[in-house]
Design a protein around this ligand. Structure first.
Ligand code: AKB
Length: 320
């Protein structure tokens, strides 16, 4: 039986991943790890165990892993790309010093570890179209620097100490439950909220800027499926390109307008976000993930948009 700790469990991905893991492995088997000021609420709080786990405190991680006999850690603690540019030291402290703590506990207690990387691990010199699995990674952002380091440190702990580290490079994740914060791809979530509220959307990313994106159910499946994959088949580990859709602002806008023809969008480009977006891939080649652990997304832009608009409309009207 698996005993799982999710660190950063009240964040955008963590809150939904914790619930999905509880659905699959049992409520009592999945500990929601959170920090002071980001306490779990509602179903996330009620449905299973929770514990304060600050990733920068190795002893706290060790204590929770021992108490709950944890064998698998999903480490989602990180600052996103835009906010990391204004707090680079903190981004390193959480992303890398924190990861070091997690890996040390995993090494001494035999845990498997999932710590996501991102499209942010690539940079301007990376081939932008069908970005290969193994390619140039010279990011210019602190977020990217921490993500490349994450990949390398994970590989190091695997080859040197045999820790079962696995990871994916997440595209921008779109969800209708918990909002992201401080990312470059956040516009692709915000646009749905504006559409459903009947507001005009001010887009911070320039027309024609392509980025990989993914609907949350596919991101959750990818994380869990990779951790369950047969290790004998894994040639790569940290971190797999995964892809499902790539679009520019005008394409997602056009898709939403098929459902809400009066929806309006204007551009007010944010120079920092734009520079970051331009340094990232237009679309990634995820054939290694498909070959090594049968990765296959379920959603494209059309099916995601239909589902997002239905779910958000129901939620904003107060219907569950
Ligand atoms: C961000 O925009 O910073 C994140 C990411 C792509 O990793 N959503």
């Amino acid at each position: 039986m698996k005993n799982i700790l999710v660190i950063g469990a009240t964040g955008q991905i963590g809150s939904e991943l914790t619930m999905e893991l509880r659905k699959r492995y049992g409520n009592a088997q999945v500990v929601c790890g959170y920090i002071n000021g980001a306490e779990p609420k509602g179903e996330l709080k009620e449905s299973g165990p929770s514990a304060i786990v600050d990733v920068t405190d190795g002893n706290a991680i060790e204590e929770v892993v021992r108490t709950y006999r944890i064998d698998t850690i999903y480490n989602l603690a990180a600052l996103l790309s835009v906010v990391a540019e204004s707090k680079p030291r903190l981004a390193w402290k959480i992303g890398i010093d924190g990861l070091w703590n997690v890996l040390e506990v995993a090494r001494s207690r035999g845990c498997a570890v999932f710590t996501p990387s991102s499209i942010g691990s690539f940079g301007p010199e990376t081939p932008h179209v069908m970005t290969p699995q193994d390619t140039i990674q010279r990011p210019r952002t602190m977020y990217g620097v921490t993500k490349v380091t994450t990949e390398l440190l994970n590989d190091y702990y695997h080859t040197k100490y045999g820790v079962d580290t696995r990871s994916v490079r997440f595209p921008g994740i779109i969800s209708n439950v918990t909002l992201p914060g401080g990312g470059t791809t956040d516009y692709a979530v915000d646009i749905y909220y504006a559409a459903v509220r009947g507001e005009r959307f001010v887009c911070p990313i320039q027309e024609g800027t392509l980025m990989d994106m993914m609907y949350m159910p596919d991101a959750l499946n990818a994380s869990i499926q990779l951790m369950e994959a047969d290790s004998q088949r894994l040639v790569h580990r940290n971190a797999f390109n995964i892809a499902s859709m790539s679009f520019a602002p005008e394409t997602i806008y056009g898709e939403i307008r098929k459902h809400l023809p009066d929806f309006e969008m204007v551009y007010e480009v944010d120079p920092l976000k734009q520079a970051i977006a331009e340094s990232w891939p237009d679309c990634m080649d995820d054939s290694c993930a498909r070959n090594e652990w049968d990765w296959k997304p379920q959603y494209d832009l059309e099916s995601m948009t239909k589902d997002m608009l239905e779910k958000l409309t129901a939620r904003l009207k107060g219907v569950k």
